[in-house]
Ligand binder design. Structure first.
Ligand code: OSB
Ligand code: MG
Length: 392
């Protein structure tokens, strides 16, 4: 099913160009997390990850689609992203010439939503552009840091005791901030136990939209834990309800699921729905929009940090590059490869220093090599587009 007539009023691409998109490869790889990860919306262990490889003027750039296997975090899934990339984005893009990755969003304005699908392609273009210009990706996006602060996100556990034990292990690894996943019935006692064991650590919680505004009295009790933030307590699409809750809570609300672009961020800031924003590349459709959200938040004095989506090394490398932008003043959820995978698909793997930082690579592009043989072994399906050789 191809929809060539779909794109009617996209911007005309400039005649001068850096990148001619010669080839696009979409693949699904399967990777098993070392242990299951439980959030308020479900448990995942077997990941179905889409990787995008774009070849432009001989450079090979990689992107990752961060959609989940189910439409529980947001509306996208691995399969909806496969459909949107295969039937709309890739056939339209192949053979086109771009002078910069920032031109990509203008080409796909007719696709509503599907931010994670678009992000997989856009970020591969950023990697290509950085390689062709001979600069590390973090410099190309405008990053200023050489080391980023790293925190961890811990899934829901059976008992408060086992959670305290996990926190202790992560703190020994040097991580600067601990985030606990919570849901109704597995919240107050769990946070209380961790706070009691570690009175001074930077601690936050993430509800992934599991509560409603009727739970305000319950949520206000969390103020006693001196949390850095409470992330996305209410509905995934309800900025207004968060503004009602924030006015009643001392703890800063951080929005995750609600923010798809800089307009949403402005709405949330003006409605005082949050005091912190988490930026995820996939959720905001790629580096171009992520920079805009970051810039807007900076102008309004709202700190941002980089969220994670249980990415492979490729998504992780993009997260590291983004986290070097000046607005990223809080530790993110980007942590070491070995916390997730027996074997990651990049070389070297992502490691965290004893003081809880990740050193930003200095090589051109992503700065990590993709382990093609391993990627091939993990691949379960591929789709491939080639530009016509004699194309204009
Ligand atoms: O809300 O940040 C979230 C994982 C999947 C979906 C949503 C979220 C998460 C995480 C994991 O918190 C962060 C990570 O370690 O990659
Ligand atoms: Mg979150």
């Amino acid at each position: 099913m191809l929809h060539k007539e779909f794109f009617t009023n996209s911007k005309v691409v400039k005649s001068w160009s850096l990148m001619k998109l010669e080839s696009i490869v979409l693949r699904e790889i399967h990777m098993r997390l070392k242990s299951p990860f439980e959030t308020s919306f479900g448990t995942v262990q077997q990941r179905r990850i889409l990787l995008v490889e774009v070849i432009a003027d001989g450079a090979s750039g990689w992107g990752e689609v961060t959609a989940g296997e189910t439409p529980a975090y947001n509306a996208e899934t691995t399969d909806t992203a496969w459909h949107v990339i295969s039937d709309f984005v890739a056939p339209y893009l192949i053979g086109k010439r771009l002078s910069a990755a920032t031109e990509f969003p203008g080409l796909v304005t007719q696709i509503r939503g599907h931010e994670m699908a678009k992000s997989g392609i856009e970020n591969a273009l950023w990697d290509c552009e950085a390689q062709l210009k001979g600069v590390p990706l973090h410099k190309l996006v405008g990053g200023t840091m050489e080391e980023i602060a790293s925190g961890v996100s811990l899934g829901i556990r059976e008992t408060p005791q086992s959670l305290v034990q996990r926190v202790e292990e992560e703190l020994r690894g040097g991580y600067q901030r601990i985030k606990l996943k919570i849901k109704p019935g597995k919240d107050y006692e769990f946070v209380a136990a961790v706070r009691k064991a570690f009175p001074r650590i930077q601690l936050s919680v993430d509800a992934n939209s599991a509560y409603t505004i009727e739970d305000a009295a319950h949520l206000k009790k969390f103020d006693e834990f001196e949390l850095l933030m409470i992330e996305q307590p209410l509905n995934w699409d309800d900025i207004h309800a968060h503004s009602k809750l924030q006015s009643q809570m001392k703890t800063a609300i951080c929005l995750d699921e609600c923010i798809y672009n800089a307009r949403h961020a402005l709405t949330a800031i003006e409605l005082k729905a949050c005091r912190i924003i988490n930026i995820k590349l996939g959720r905001v459709s790629g580096h171009t929009e992520a920079r805009l959200v970051q810039q807007l938040c900076r102008e309004h004095g709202v700190p941002v940090w980089c969220g994670g989506m249980l990415e492979s090394g490729i998504g992780r490398a993009h997260n590291i590059a983004m986290s070097t932008l000046p607005g990223f003043t809080l530790p993110g959820d980007v942590s070491a490869s070995h916390r997730y995978w027996e074997e990651d698909i990049i070389e070297p793997v992502v490691e965290v220093t004893a003081k809880g930082t990740i050193r930003v690579p200095k090589a051109p592009g992503l700065g990590y090599a993709v382990r093609r043989d391993l990627v091939d072994t993990l691949t379960v399906r591929t789709n491939h587009w080639e530009a016509q050789r004699a194309a204009s």
